[in-house]
Design a protein around this ligand. Structure first.
Ligand SMILES: NC(=O)c1ccc[n+]([C@@H]2O[C@H](COP(=O)([O-])OP(=O)(O)OC[C@H]3O[C@@H](n4cnc5c(N)ncnc54)[C@H](OP(=O)(O)O)[C@@H]3O)[C@@H](O)[C@H]2O)c1
Length: 336
């Protein structure tokens, strides 16, 4: 089997670390792993398959011996370095929002639209973490019933804002326990024991950029005609985004059939038994690969509506795993 030189850009970050772990766990055919990060982190160590590997600087020239690069170093790094990597004949799978809405760049969730990879020109985007888990959950329902409208509210973990936010929640919880004053630098307000209806920046239309990512990316991946409204909220959870999703569909909906469709779909685990208080929880889903779905029930306020609760690990399916699955799909489809 052919093996590939794989770079992870932003290798020391929350997603970068998870990418390295995921490449190892899924036995991706790596010939050489090249961890790249900002110049000030050069020489730091990461571990891959039990071996120590030293971090190099992500810069022009660093991609010349790289077949595929998984980027998770933020939008500025991707805007600058992804075209340089492509120029150096590297296929880039980018986790930032920098290239997602570029019409020449495929935006892919392998369970949903793998065929979009066939037209790639060297640069492929990973959707936003909250969009990915919603797409996996909605694709089987859309195929069977045709979704007309989505209303989604999210409850998003702090790891979605990177390592510094994980540290901030940890520190605030410790400070609370020892009655110290809590300090915040990552978020505009204290996140511990709080809920912030504010993820990414506010746009002129009153929505946040995170909310508009969910709207625009859903239209690009699933269907341009779907109407969608999103409210995204940061909650004091370390890992896993939870989503309350309400949909309206065109055809008469049959809940038992929906459960059957979801149960047999790739990448989904249904956990739904009100009698035994069974539904997906962030603390249980952390570290797992699937998108977990529960609280599946009819919306009685409209003719063909449905509500459900969807939980997934934002660092795995929401970022690292989806990126590695794209790389695997490129190999399977002879596109690498
Ligand atoms: N966290 C998630 O759930 C999630 C999900 C989907 C997508 N993403 C996206 O993935 C990217 C990274 O997120 P993260 O959560 O892993 O953030 P993070 O924990 O802050 O990690 C980012 C890493 O990239 C490094 N870096 C910064 N500028 C760089 C540059 N110009 N060149 C190379 N490396 C650079 C950082 O170094 P320093 O810390 O020393 O600056 C850090 O090691 C973001 O674009 C984010 O939107 C994240």
């Amino acid at each position: 089997m052919k093996k590939y030189n794989v770079a992870v850009v932003g290798a020391l970050g929350a997603v970068g670390q998870e990418m390295i772990k995921t490449l190892e766990q899924r036995n991706f055919p790596v010939h050489r792993l090249k961890p790249l990060d900002i110049a000030s982190n050069k020489g730091k160590e990461v571990f891959f398959n039990g071996e120590k590997v030293y971090v190099e600087t992500a810069e022009k020239g660093a991609f010349e011996d790289v077949d595929i690069a998984l980027f998770s170093a933020g939008g500025d790094a991707s805007t600058l370095l992804a075209p340089i990597a492509v120029e150096e004949n590297t296929i880039v799978i980018d986790n930032s929002s920098a290239w997602r809405m570029d019409p020449t760049v495929p935006l892919v969730v392998p369970e949903v639209n793998p065929e979009d990879l066939d037209s790639h020109k060297g640069l492929i985007s990973n959707p936003n973490c909250s969009t990915i888990q919603m797409m996996v959950a909605l694709k089987p329902i859309h195929d069977a019933y045709t979704i007309k409208r989505i209303v989604v509210s999210t409850y998003q973990a702090v790891s979605g804002s990177g390592q510094k936010a994980i540290n901030e929640l940890n520190q605030q919880a410790k400070d609370y326990a020892s009655a110290k004053k809590m300090v915040h630098t990552v978020y505009p307000y204290q996140i511990a024991f709080n809920a912030l209806p504010h993820i990414d920046i506010f746009m002129d239309n009153g929505y946040t950029k995170e909310e508009m990512k969910m709207v625009n990316e859903t239209k690009k991946i699933l269907c341009e005609d779907i109407k969608i409204s999103a409210t995204t909220v940061r909650v004091p959870v370390f890992r896993c985004h939870s989503e309350s999703i309400n949909i309206e569909v065109e055809k008469k909906i049959d809940i038992d059939n929906v459960i059957k469709l979801l149960t047999s779909a790739a990448g989904i685990t249904v956990q739904d038994c009100p009698k035994t208080n069974t539904y997906p929880l962030a603390i249980d889903v952390a570290g797992k690969d699937d998108v977990f779905i529960g609280r599946i029930r009819k919306d009685f306020s409209i003719e063909n509506g449905l509500n459900m609760w969807v939980v997934s690990d934002n660092l795995r399916k929401g970022a690292a795993l989806n990126a590695v699955q794209i790389a695997e799909t490129l190999v399977q489809r002879n596109l690498l």
